[in-house]
Design a protein around this ligand. Structure first.
Ligand code: HEM
Length: 401
């Protein structure tokens, strides 16, 4: 009992010192009306800080008397000099003290710890502890397991069934699949995503798989660097994702045949050939579910944690909720994009060439997007959109000359 009291006392004392927060004589506006406010004034013995030398002398049970729990700090200090338990009781209840931090940037700086609450079905705890339990007991183990299962499943699929190969030999005829603008937007977004994914994984899981190998000191530096990289890559990802969404939205609109494609899983397991337009139904699910829906959730919660949305009150509960939303949505997003990256690289022959060079061979188009190839051959879609656009610009210029 005494040990845990001392531990709590010391921890909160350290927190107090680290936050540079001082409970001072003048109660803040929020507490001025509270009957308990004057209790926040430390007794003369502890003015200006907590004297840890007194901690060992504290024997709460020894002086228990009726109504001791209602004693003010000053009253308690008379019978037990150095024992400011009444103040800490109020700290635990969420009573606000004075702090020099500006209210608009640190709305809760005067509150040392969130108030303790009895959540249904749980022991007495506070929101900070509840958040910690959700993070460490649910998000980390289940999120980590999901990512490992997906990676393992794809590894197993590749090992047993291999990449999807093209049926025919290259024809030598090329179609422009992505313009330079489309590729720049995609790669800017993909690079930002990779930085975010790697840094996010190290921040969330690094203490389990990296710290035992590289040690605490090196891991500390690494996590610090990656946390800052994460904060900077986030806004780049947000802007580039919006550009990607506008760039590809037209060809990701649902169309006839998409449901059939989905029901047959794109023929991935049956090896049946299913015709698709420029983007198949699987890519459309990735686009709307992974990039659009999860993208909005991930970006919004990330911007809240970066304190970049004006007009919000960035208190602890806002940070805890946005962290949990962000963590769940990013794990799901990584699951979607691990699949996307697999199919865009080693999973299907020739697909990566399209995003790397901008051009694909007719045999690739026939195998994966035959309806799109039909439109190209019918002249509905130019074979080389960039060349057509360049010709149009030249034609306008020569008319002007
Ligand atoms: C990080 C590694 C990534 C790689 C290697 C990669 C690779 C590729 C490849 C090869 C394609 C062409 C697919 C085709 O021709 O049909 C593609 C398309 C696409 N990628 Fe990625 N990608 C990556 C990350 C991302 C990310 C992070 C996003 C968005 C959040 C994204 C969004 C898209 C979109 C929207 C398309 C067009 C297909 C569609 O709209 O359905 N990619 N990617």
């Amino acid at each position: 009992m005494l040990r845990s009291f001392i531990a709590t006392f010391t921890t909160v004392g350290l927190a107090l010192a680290m936050h540079g927060t001082a409970f001072a004589q003048a109660p803040s506006p929020a507490t001025a009306t509270a009957a308990t406010a004057p209790d926040l004034v430390p007794p003369a013995a502890t003015q200006g800080g907590i004297q840890s030398a007194n901690i060992m002398d504290i024997k709460p049970e020894a002086s228990l008397e009726p109504g001791y729990a209602k004693q003010s700090n000053a009253e308690r200090g008379k019978v037990q000099p150095g024992n400011n338990a009444p103040m800490w009781r109020q700290v635990g209840a969420g009573v606000e003290g004075f702090t020099s931090y500006p209210k608009d940037t640190a709305p809760e700086a005067g509150i040392l710890i969130q108030p303790f609450t009895q959540y249904p079905g749980s022991r007495l705890t506070n929101a900070g502890e509840a958040w910690r339990q959700v993070r460490n007991g649910l998000i980390i183990p289940y999120g980590g397991a999901l990512l490992l299962i997906v990676l393992g499943g794809l590894g197993l699929y590749y090992w047993r069934l291999g990449a999807v190969k093209l049926d025919d030999a290259p024809t030598g005829r090329k179609i422009e699949r992505f313009t330079p603008f489309e590729r720049s937007a995609h790669w800017a977004n993909a690079i930002a995503f990779s930085i975010l994914a790697i840094s996010g994984l190290v921040m969330a899981f690094g203490q389990y798989f990296l710290m035992p190998i590289i040690g605490k000191a090196l891991f500390g530096y690494l996590a610090y660097i990656l946390k800052n990289a994460h904060n900077f890559a986030g806004p780049v990802f947000a802007v580039s994702l919006i550009i990607v969404i506008f760039t590809f939205v037209r060809d990701n609109m649902p169309a006839k045949g998409d449901l059939n494609w989905l029901l047959k899983g794109g023929g991935l397991f049956s090896k049946e050939h299913i015709k698709a337009a420029r983007f198949n139904a699987g890519e459309k699910v990735m686009f709307w579910g992974g990039a659009f829906l999860l993208g909005i959730i991930v970006i919004a919660s990330g911007l809240v944690m970066d304190k970049l949305i004006p007009g919000l009150s960035y208190d602890r509960s806002m940070m805890q909720i946005s962290h949990m939303v962000h963590a769940v949505a990013t794990v799901l997003m990584m699951v979607v994009f691990i699949g996307h990256i697999y199919l865009g690289t080693i999973g299907t022959e020739g697909t990566y060439q399209g995003m790397k060079t901008g051009y694909v061979d007719d045999n690739w188009a026939k195998h994966h997007h035959e309806l799109w190839l039909d439109d190209v051959n019918a002249g509905k879609i130019p074979r080389d959109r960039t060349a057509v656009a360049a010709d149009a610009v030249l034609a306008t210029k020569s008319v002007q000359v």
